[in-house]
Design a protein around this ligand. Structure first.
Ligand SMILES: *[C@@H]1O[C@H](CO)[C@@H](O)[C@H](O)[C@H]1NC(C)=O
Ligand SMILES: *[C@@H]1O[C@H](CO)[C@@H](O)[C@H](O)[C@H]1NC(C)=O
Length: 301
């Protein structure tokens, strides 16, 4: 008899353990950590495993930077989600069109007054992925063979933070050229987290079109192609260029002098002739003269 009682007790106990409805409200969710893409719908699930109360009180709070605010209160969507979400059976919340500002923790709270255990809550983290926008890229226009240089790429909107890839003449540069037979002689290194492409020693072959792509799980974007030119250090060439430029200037000046007698007068009567175009304003001569000089000097270079 005592044995039968013990068994009955045990059965009852294990039944109670298995069917918790008699004990009170219990919540469950399908995902405690939820990722959504921006501008897409997402449903945060708050499933009621067991409950005896007919009309439980359901509330949702959003907790951002430690500060809670209501998003479902007194049977209405409120606050940040007003007009952007709805409650779905049993206590899920459906956001129609997520935005990046929805990234936060959300707490579903259910109070069941007639249950023995009359309250339960569940916390869900929502992270909204944001597509990268067009990154800002900086590519030097011209570099000299053998020098070091850095190309930079930066994007600030994407979430999670994007990874960067660089393309040279429309071909992706492997992150580590040493691992790729075709790029084994390249001297660059890429940091996919910062977007930096560094050349230790630029070679002629590194010249060409460059662009960078920022990519995360939500999408990717790339900057427009920019050209990097690579020059030899060629002292003779530079000297010849200078000479060439100078001789052109001399020819032009000689030509101007020959067709304008004034040029000679200008030279012999410097002081007097400074006054000829306008009567009284010396400052005005300074400008065209200076402009002329600048023009010559830039021409030489
Ligand atoms: C979601 O919101 C964005 C920005 O407010 C809007 O451009 C887009 O059309 C919306 N998408 C849908 C499916 O309503
Ligand atoms: C790399 O450089 C070595 C030595 O200069 C050369 O023999 C080899 O062909 C080069 N490889 C490529 C892929 O250009």
């Amino acid at each position: 008899m005592a044995m039968a009682g013990l068994v009955a007790c045990f059965v009852l106990y294990s039944c109670l353990g298995r069917i918790p409805s008699a004990l009170g409200v219990i919540l469950r969710t399908t995902d405690k950590i939820v990722w959504a893409n921006e501008f897409e719908p997402i449903e945060l699930t708050c499933l009621i495993e067991s409950i005896s109360t007919n009309n439980p009180r359901i509330e949702w709070k959003k907790i951002k930077d430690g500060i809670p605010s209501y998003v479902y209160f007194q049977n209405k969507i409120a606050g940040d989600l007003e007009n952007r979400a709805q409650l779905r059976e049993p206590a899920n919340i459906l956001i129609f069109n997520t935005t990046r500002s929805d990234t936060a923790e959300y707490r579903c709270e259910v109070a069941a007054i007639d249950d023995q255990r009359d309250f339960d809550e569940i916390l869900i983290s929502l992270a909204v992925r944001v597509k990268p926008v067009v990154p800002r890229c900086s590519v030097p226009e011209a570099v000299t063979v053998g020098t070091s240089t850095e190309l930079r790429c930066l994007e600030n909107e994407g979430f999670p933070a994007p990874q960067y890839r660089w393309f040279h003449n429309n071909e992706e540069l492997p992150q580590d050229p040493k691992n790729s037979p075709r790029f084994v002689n390249f001297s660059y290194s890429i940091n996919p987290d910062t977007g930096s492409l560094k050349f230790r020693r630029v070679r002629k072959e590194d010249a060409g079109d460059y662009y960078c792509q920022a990519k995360n799980d939500a999408g990717h974007a790339q900057c427009p192609t920019q050209v990097m030119e690579v020059y030899d250090v060629d002292i003779l060439g530079i000297a010849l260029k200078c000479l060439g430029g100078a001789s052109v200037v001399i020819i032009v000046v000689a030509f101007l002098c020959s067709i304008r007698r004034m040029c000679l007068q200008f030279k012999s009567h410097n002081e007097n002739h400074y006054n000829w175009p306008t009567q009284n304003n010396g400052v005005e001569y300074g400008d065209p003269d200076e402009g002329h000089f600048r023009h010559k000097s830039s021409f030489i270079i």
